[in-house]
Design a protein around this ligand. Structure first.
Ligand code: TEU
Length: 517
C-alpha cells in the first residue's frame, strides 16, 4: 500500500555541483552528498531531490544530458549513486532524481547521429525544419528561454533545429513514439535501481504545437527568464498530460510508493492543476509564493488559492533557478527575518514544502563577478539578464578555510559574502530555527489533518488554524502587533512573542505557532 509520503513530505533540493565536493575538483559530487546526509537528518527533512548528475558537457550544468542512465565522472559513478541511495534509505530519507525529458544534450548519441546522417531515424527524434527566406532564417519567431532565437542552423544539412533553452539542448520531438519508448526504459532503469521519485524538468513543454506557428506575443529576455508568460503556441499542449498518465501507470506498477513532481513553470495555477491527479503526476511545483511580495493580504490570497487548487500544494520559496528569497525579502537580517517568518507559515500548512540547499542557513543571493558567471542565461541574453549563478554558489559548511568545508580545491563558483557568518559550523540562528520548526512540524504532523480555517485579522496579519489545534500567525508589519488569539505558545521566529489570556503579541516580521486546545 502506498503511504503517500509525498503528500506532506519536506523535500530538500540538492544542487549537486554546489553541495559538497569529496575529491577536491571544486565541484560537488555524489560522495559529498553521502557524507553529509546527517546534516539532512539533523535538519529534519523527509527526502532529498538531487539535480542532474548524468554525463553532460555542462552547457547548462547538467540539464543537458548526454546519457540518461549513467553518472558523469565529475559526480562519481553508479556505485557511488547506489551507496548514496542505500545510506539515505538507512536514514529513512527518500531520494528523488531529476529527469530532463524535454531535450537532450547536443552531445547525446541520438543527436550526434541525427546530425551526422539526416536519413537516420534519430533525426525524427528531434525537431529539424527548413528555414524561411530560402533557409537563411529560422522556421518561426520562437525565442529561447535563455534569450536569442530558439533555433540553430545545422550547417551540414541547412536545416534548423529547435532548442527552447541553450543550443546545446536540442528539444526532443514527443510526437515520435520512439521517444516515448526510450523514456519508459529510462524511468524503469531508475525505478529498478530503487529511487523513490522523479522531479520532471520543464514538464509542460514536452509537446510543442505541431504546426510550429509563430508566437503572437514575444517574451522579453526578462519575462522568459521569469517564466511569466503563457506561450500557448509553444508549450502546455493538451497531449502532454497523456505522457504523465503513461508514466503514472509505470510508477504505480512498482511498490506504490514512487512519486513524480513536475516542474510546470506556468503562471496560471489552473493550467498547472491539469498535470496533477491520481492518474498523472503526484505533484507539481507551486511557484506562486515565489511570485508574491512581502504583504500579509497578498500572501493570504496566494496561500488560499494554492490550497483551493492543489490537494495538497507544494510550497516553493527558492530553488536553483530563482533569486534566493532572503534577498527577495530585502536581504541581510531583515531578509532572513522575513524569510523565516514565511517559511514558518508554509511549514504550518498542509502540503509538501520544498527547501533549497542553503536556505536553512539564511543565505542571500551572491554577487558573482561577470568574469565568473557561467549561466547560459547570462551569455545568451548578452548580459541583459544576470543569470542564476547567484543562487548556486557553494554551501559553506565551515566558517573557516578558503574552501569553507565545501572543497579542498578551487570552487567552481566563488562563495557568497555570507559564507563565514552563515556557515553550518557557525550554527546560525536561521539553522537553529529551521531545525526547531521541522522537528515541531514532524511531532504535530499526525494530528494536524488537512483542513485549514482562516482567521480574520488585522491588515498586516495572516492567521489560520489547523484541525489539530495548531494556530499560525504571521505579522508582516514593521512593529509588534497584539492579535486577539491565545493558546500555548509553541514557537516564534523572533524574540518578544508573548501570550496573555486574551491575545498573543507577534513581533514585527515574524510568525508564531500556538496550540489552542
Ligand atoms: O528550468 C525551466 C525553466 O523554465 C527555468 O529555466 C526558468 O524559466 C528560469 O530558469 C527561471 O529563472 C529547468 C531547470 O530548473 C533549469 O535549471 C534548466 O536551465 C532548464 O529547465 C532547462 O533544462
Amino acid at each position: 500500500m502506498s503511504s503517500e509520503w509525498w503528500r506532506d513530505a519536506v523535500v530538500y533540493e540538492i544542487y549537486i555541483r554546489s553541495f559538497a565536493d569529496s575529491d577536491g575538483d571544486g565541484i560537488g559530487d555524489l560522495e559529498g552528498i553521502r557524507t553529509h546526509l546527517d546534516h539532512l537528518v539533523g535538519l529534519g527533512v523527509d527526502a532529498l531531490w538531487v539535480t542532474p548528475f548524468y554525463p553532460s558537457p555542462m552547457a547548462d550544468h547538467g540539464y543537458d544530458v548526454a546519457d540518461y542512465t549513467n553518472i558523469d565522472p565529475r559526480f562519481g559513478d553508479l556505485a557511488a549513486f547506489d551507496r548514496l541511495l542505500a545510506e539515505a534509505h538507512d536514514r529513512a530519507l527518500r531520494v528523488i532524481v531529476d529527469l530532463v525529458p524535454n531535450h537532450t544534450s547536443s552531445e547525446h548519441p541520438w543527436f550526434r547521429e541525427a546530425v551526422a546522417d539526416p536519413s537516420s531515424p534519430m533525426r525524427a527524434r528531434y525537431i529539424f525544419r527548413d528555414g524561411r527566406d530560402g533557409g537563411a532564417a529560422p522556421p518561426n519567431n520562437w525565442t529561447s528561454v535563455f534569450g536569442g532565437p530558439a533555433w540553430t542552423r545545422d550547417e551540414a544539412s541547412g536545416q534548423w533545429y529547435l532548442h527552447l533553452f541553450d543550443k546545446g539542448q536540442p528539444d526532443l520531438d514527443w510526437h515520435n513514439a520512439e521517444v516515448h519508448e526510450e523514456w519508459r526504459s529510462i524511468l524503469r532503469f531508475w525505478l529498478d535501481r530503487g529511487v523513490d521519485g522523479f522531479r520532471i524538468d520543464v514538464a509542460h513543454a514536452l509537446y510543442k504545437s505541431a504546426t510550429l506557428e509563430d508566437e503572437k506575443v514575444l517574451a522579453t529576455a526578462e519575462q522568459a527568464a521569469a517564466g511569466n508568460i503563457g506561450r500557448p503556441q509553444v508549450w502546455d499542449q493538451p497531449e502532454v498530460i497523456d505522457v504523465f498518465r503513461d508514466w503514472r501507470r509505470l510508477t504505480d506498477s512498482y511498490d506504490g510508493d514512487r512519486m513524480m513532481v513536475g516542474e510546470v513553470f506556468l503562471l496560471d495555477v489552473d493550467r498547472v492543476k491539469r498535470y496533477v491527479g491520481d492518474d498523472r503526476l503526484h505533484q507539481a511545483f507551486n511557484f506562486t509564493v515565489f511570485r508574491t511580495r512581502w504583504d500579509a493580504a497578498a500572501l493570504r490570497a496566494t496561500l488560499e488559492r494554492a490550497l483551493d487548487v492543489f490537494d495538497p500544494p507544494t510550497w516553493v520559496l527558492s530553488n536553483h533557478d530563482l533569486t534566493r528569497h532572503v534577498s527577495r525579502y530585502g536581504g541581510g537580517e531583515l531578509g532572513r527575518r522575513r524569510g523565516l517568518a514565511v517559511t514558518a507559515t508554509l511549514l504550518a500548512l498542509p502540503g509538501s514544502p520544498y527547501l533549497y540547499q542553503g536556505e536553512e542557513l539564511g543565505l542571500e543571493e551572491s554577487e558573482v563577478p561577470p568574469d565568473r558567471r557561467t549561466d547560459p542565461t547570462w551569455f545568451r541574453s548578452g548580459g541583459t539578464v544576470v543569470g542564476r549563478d547567484g543562487c548556486r554558489t557553494p554551501m559553506p559548511w565551515s566558517a573557516s578555510g578558503a574552501g569553507h568545508g565545501f572543497t579542498t580545491g578551487e570552487p567552481w563558483l566563488p562563495f557568497g559574502a555570507d559564507a563565514t557568518t552563515q556557515a553550518v559550523d557557525n550554527d546560525p540562528a536561521v539553522l537553529q530555527a529551521y531545525r526547531a520548526l521541522l522537528a515541531l512540524r514532524r511531532a504535530l504532523r499526525p494530528e494536524l489533518g488537512t483542513g485549514v480555517t482562516w482567521l480574520e485579522s488585522a491588515a498586516d496579519v495572516l492567521a489560520f488554524r489547523r484541525e489539530g489545534g495548531l494556530v499560525c500567525v504571521l505579522n508582516t508589519a514593521a512593529e509588534a502587533v497584539d492579535v486577539p488569539l491565545t493558546g500555548e505558545l509553541l514557537l516564534a521566529t523572533a524574540t518578544g512573542a508573548a501570550v496573555s489570556t486574551s491575545a498573543v503579541t507577534v513581533p514585527a516580521a515574524s510568525t508564531v505557532w500556538l496550540r489552542d486546545r
